[in-house]
Design a protein around this ligand. Sequence first.
Ligand code: NAD
Ligand code: ZN
Length: 255
Amino acid sequence: MKYEPGLPEPLAARLRAARRWFVLTGAGISAESGVPTFRGAGGLWEGFRPEELASADGFRRDPARVWRWYRWRRGIVARAEPNAGHRALVSLERQVEHFSLATQNVDGLHERAGNCNVLALHGSIMRARCFAGCLAAAQDEEAQPVPRCICGSPLRPDVVWFGETLPGELLEQATVEAGHCEVCLVVGTSAFVHPAAGLPIAARLAGAILVEVNLEETPLSPVCDAVLHGPAAIVLPDLLRCLGLLREPLPGSGV
Ligand code: NAD
Ligand code: ZN
C-alpha cells in the first residue's frame, strides 16, 4: 500500500519555507535496516530485558553476559545498511539551510548514510571505554570475554545506559538546536526516554512546527502539528518528495 503524506497544504507550505530543521530519531528509523528496537517484538535476549543488561548494575552483576549481548548487537549493526529513511535525511541535510540531527541510536547508521551534523546522544555501540572512568584509549579486544583497560579495570561499551546522564555538551548542543529550529521532525522514537524526549517539547514551546513519524501513537502525538503513521523508510522519502526536498535518486527507496 502506498503511503499518502496527506499534509494539509498550508502546513506543507510552512514546511517548504522553513530554513532551520532539527531532527530527533530513535530505534524505529533503523528497524527496516534489521536493527531491532528495544520495545518491539523480540525485545528480550536470553530471557533478559534490556534494562537488566544496559545498566551499570547489570554490568557489575555479569560483565561477560553484557559483553555477549553487545557483541551480538554489534554483529547486527555491522551487517546492517542504512535504509531509505536514513538516506532521505541526508537529502534533507543537503537541501535546507540549517540542519541538525540528534539520535538516540548507537548504530552509526546516520553517519554511514552520509549525514554530517549528527549528535549521537547515546554514544556508539562500536566503541568501548573504561568502566572506572579513566581516559586511557580503549583497545577493545574481542577475544576476551570481558576486555580490560590498561588501568586494569574492565572496559564497557561507550553508550549511555539506563540510569546514566547524557554527555552534557551534546545535550546542550541538541537543546540549543531544538530551541532554534523552525521544524522539529521526530522519527521512530517511543518518546518515553528523557531527556531526549524533552527536546521536541522544547522545540514546540519555542514555536517550532512539530512533525512525528512513527508506526503508532506516542506521548508526543497529541502536541504534534502532523503525525504521519507508517514505516520511516516509506514515510520520510514520501514526505520530502511532497515538500520538494528529495532531490537525489534513492536506490531501494521504499524498502
Ligand atoms: P524504542 O524501542 O523505545 O521505540 C521505537 C519506536 O519506533 C516505537 O515508538 C515504534 O513504534 C517506532 N517504530 C518501530 N518501527 C518503526 C518504523 N519502521 N518506522 C517508524 N517508527 C517505527 O526506541 P527509542 O525511542 O529509540 O528508545 C530506546 C533506547 O534504546 C534508546 O536509548 C536507544 O539508545 C536504544 N536502542 C538503540 C538502537 C539502535 O541504535 N538502533 C536499537 C535499540 C535500542
Ligand atoms: Zn581505565
